[in-house]
Design a protein around this ligand. Structure first.
Ligand code: IMP
Ligand code: MG
Length: 186
C-alpha cells in the first residue's frame, strides 16, 4: 500500500530514532543549564514547533511552563519568508521576569526568529534563549544567535515532524526531503 506522503518524499533525512535520541539529548542539556532557574517558560512557535515541543518537554526535568506564539511572514512566496512578520496569536502568559526559551522547528533566513526575539526582548524577560530543531545556515540573511540546535541541514526543503508541505504532513515522525517535482507551481 502506498501512503499519501510517499509521492512527495524523496528521502528520509532524519529518521525517527535519530530525531528522538537528539531531542532527548537537548532536553538533558536544557535540564542542566536551567537547573538553578525556577521561572522557565518554553515558548513554542506555532505551528511547526509543536511536535518538537511536546517531545522535548518530556526530557526537561526542571519545572517549567509552556505557551504558544503563532507568527506568519508574508510577501515573497509561500516557501520563503521576508522581514514582514506578524503575530497571529499572542502568548497567554507574561514574559517579564521569566527565563524564556523559544522552541522553533527550523531557522532558514532567520527573519521570523529575528522578529520573535526582538518582540520578546522588549517584554523584559530575565533571560532569552533560542532552541531550534533544524538549522539551515546557508540560507541565513539575518544574523541570529542560536543556543540549542538539533541538526544543521543543507538547503533542501524538508517536511514532517512539525514541518509542513503546504500545511500537511506535520504528523510524520521523521524529517524527509521533498521531491523537487512536488515543489513546482509556486
Ligand atoms: P525564516 O524566517 O526564513 O527563518 O523561516 C522560518 C520558517 O519558514 C519556519 O518556521 C518554517 O515555517 C518555514 N520553513 C523554512 N524552511 C522550511 C522547510 O524546509 N520546510 C518547511 N518549512 C520551512
Ligand atoms: Mg514555522
Amino acid at each position: 500500500m502506498t501512503l499519501p506522503y510517499e509521492k512527495y518524499l524523496q528521502e528520509v533525512l532524519i529518521d525517527e530514532q535519530t530525531l528522538q535520541a537528539r531531542v532527548a539529548e537537548l532536553g538533558a542539556q536544557i535540564s542542566i543549564d536551567y537547573a538553578e532557574h525556577d521561572r522557565l517558560l518554553l515558548i513554542c512557535i506555532l505551528k511547526g514547533g509543536v511536535m518538537f515541543l511536546t517531545d522535548l518537554m518530556r526530557h526537561i526535568i526542571v519545572p517549567h511552563e509552556i505557551d504558544f506564539l503563532a507568527v506568519s511572514s508574508y510577501g515573497r512566496g509561500k516557501r520563503a519568508s521576508t522581514g514582514n512578520v506578524r503575530i497571529d496569536m499572542d502568548l497567554s502568559e507574561v514574559v517579564t521576569g521569566k527565563h524564556i526559551l523559544i522552541v522553533e522547528d527550523i531557522i532558514d533566513s532567520g527573519h521570523t526568529l529575528r522578529f520573535v526575539m526582538d518582540v520578546m526582548e522588549a517584554r523584559g524577560p530575565a533571560s532569552l534563549k533560542l532552541c531550534t530543531l533544524l538549522d539551515k545556515p546557508s540560507r541565513r540573511t539575518t544574523e541570529i544567535a542560536i543556543d540549542y540546535i538539533g541538526f544543521q541541514i543543507e538547503d533542501r526543503f524538508v517536511f514532517g515532524y512539525g514541518l509542513d508541505l503546504d500545511e500537511k504532513f506535520r504528523n510524520l515522525p521523521f524529517v524527509g526531503v521533498v521531491r523537487q517535482e512536488a515543489l513546482t507551481g509556486e
